[in-house]
Design a protein around this ligand. Structure first.
Ligand SMILES: C[S@@+](CC[C@H](N)C(=O)[O-])C[C@H]1O[C@@H](n2cnc3c(N)ncnc32)[C@H](O)[C@@H]1O
Length: 285
């Protein structure tokens, strides 16, 4: 393998612009070392000696799309876990879910999108909550839960549905007993819950891809907008608002805010919920 030359500031600026344009992920100046450390091995594998050549590869050539996928597999931060942010999930289970099930009682169809779901812990958590709320009534309902992410590598873990103890660290004991099978150090999700969730690679910047799936009753998009700048956040939040049912709910991460952004959603007055609904006409978030 050739030695990879250190990333120059100019190369960093060029690469981060390419990444931003494609995905909305913004690498601030202070994160240059992160980008470099995450990509250096890839350059070695490709026998590329410097980051300018790598930027060229992403800009032109027949393997561009595959290389973007390879790159996003490496540069994204996929930190997640089952039952992440319990107070928010309690709000979802106690308030949002019963209310939306009541509203959909006639059609018996519920659609949930976990956008930027990483390795699947979030949509599986939501599936568990729906499963235990509906109980035997589940058979009468058409429940669609979709987990999407830009990282194919993360979604491969999700598709397997097999996790380490790190992923289940915040999971209540009762849930572990009911919804997981433990074999050695591996926790495998219950097959019924597994079958409730579909996964698909999707870039949140890709409005058309989001539109193809129609409108969702519930959208979770947690802990991804922290990697976007205001323009990127605004773009994604507008897409999510467009894809949310008129009476739908959007859940964001606890450190994510829409304050100051020109987006057509407003936060619900419920502590710890980080839940949003469509803004009344003429009001912005
Ligand atoms: C920190 S994880 C959050 C996972 C989960 N939502 C949670 O809160 O536990 C952030 C995820 O966002 C994904 N991501 C980053 N940029 C994205 C984009 N433009 N489109 C879709 N997913 C993206 C990453 O691949 C990563 O898996």
């Amino acid at each position: 393998m050739p030695t990879v030359a250190a990333m120059s500031t100019a190369e960093f600026h060029r690469l981060r612009q390419i990444i931003y344009d494609r995905s909305g992920i913004h690498f601030p100046d202070a994160k240059k070392y992160v980008l470099e450390s995450r990509l250096s091995q890839r350059l070695g594998e490709l026998e590329i000696e410097n980051y300018s050549q790598y930027a060229d590869l992403l800009s032109i050539g027949p393997y561009q799309a595959e290389e973007f996928q390879e790159m996003f597999n490496r540069i994204t931060i996929n930190e997640t876990s089952f039952f992440r942010n319990v107070p928010q999930l309690e709000y979802f289970e106690r308030e949002t879910l019963p209310a939306i099930l009541e509203k959909r009682r006639g059609v018996k169809r519920l659609r949930i999108w976990s956008a930027a779901c990483s390795s699947g812990e979030e949509p599986f958590t939501l599936a568990i909550l729906v499963h235990r709320t509906l109980g035997i009534r589940l058979a009468d309902w058409k429940i669609e839960i979709l987990g999407t992410d830009i990282s194919e590598k993360a979604l491969n873990v999700a598709t397997e549905g097999a996790y380490t103890s790190y992923s289940i660290r915040g999971t209540p004991e009762t849930v572990l007993h009911r919804y997981f099978r433990k074999q050695g150090e591996t926790y495998t999700i219950d097959p019924v819950v597994r079958s409730m969730v579909a996964f698909e690679v999707m870039n949140l910047k890709d409005k058309m891809a989001a539109r193809r799936h129609g409108v969702w009753d519930i959208i979770f998009c947690r802990n991804v907008l922290i990697y976007f700048d205001d323009a990127g956040k605004t773009q994604v939040l507008r897409t999510l608002a467009e894809q949310m049912a008129p009476d739908g709910r959007l859940f964001l991460g606890h450190s994510e805010s829409v304050r100051g952004l020109n987006v057509p959603i407003v936060q619900l007055q419920a502590a710890q919920a980080f839940a949003y609904e469509h803004a009344p006409k003429g009001v912005k978030g």
